[in-house]
Design a protein around this ligand. Sequence first.
Ligand SMILES: O=C1O[C@H](COP(=O)(O)O)[C@@H](O)[C@H](O)[C@H]1O
Length: 259
Amino acid sequence: MLGQAHQPILYSFSTTDQLVDALAKFVVKVQKDAIDKKGRFTLALSGGSLPKQLKGIVGHEGIKWDKWHVYYADERVVPLDHPDSNHNLCQTEFYSKTSIPAGNIHPINTEYLDDLEELADDYEQQLITQFAAKDSARFPIFDLILLGMGPDGHTASLFPGHELLQEGDRWIAYIEDSPKPPPKRITMTLPVLNHAAKVAFVAAGEGKQDTLHTVLDKPEEGLPSSRIKPVPSGQLYWFTDDAATKKTEYPRSEFHPPA
Ligand SMILES: O=C1O[C@H](COP(=O)(O)O)[C@@H](O)[C@H](O)[C@H]1O
């Protein structure tokens, strides 16, 4: 039986630079704590606007890149060098500026681009290899998952009203009819996202105003982003800017740079 989720912690910054800086300090602290405790840091990244917001981490003190193990919260089913690939975006915006060992970055297996079921199974197997031998939980427990939120409230490749929101068993699922192109994708399922120790959304800009208001002030509407509630002891954070939170009534917290 899972416990109650903690309330989300909302940070809203007046500038993008402040958001990027705070996010960097937060990620560096989470990786330090994970490495001190378990000798590795497991992270899942999203595509979209997120990878650019990671630039503050590069060059930060106290990072042990060789301990990072990076996966994708979702991925578009395209070759890895395709402009739509989340891996390609992360490579350009982030990995290329770090020294994360190539073998610690886990893209989809492009042998299976024509078989979504095999592709999702293969990616799930990659997670099982990383997690199952070390943790006894039913679902993997990532140290940190970084998510974006689309203007329709989707997160990863979990879209409003889609049957994948009901998936309670699989770690990785596939979708062939994504309303946002490209249509074929794989995604971590809600139970995986909700078993992470920490999940942080990064959502900035005026274009996210209405959705953020709905997601945080009216969670009962059940948009996919409102369904992220890490349990039993996980914590959800929102790193946003004042343009995005203009209509949000949910209380903001003050960001204190971690020691
Ligand atoms: O399609 C996707 O969209 C979401 C949100 O993207 P954003 O550009 O609005 O931040 C992204 O988080 C996800 O990884 C991606 O596949």
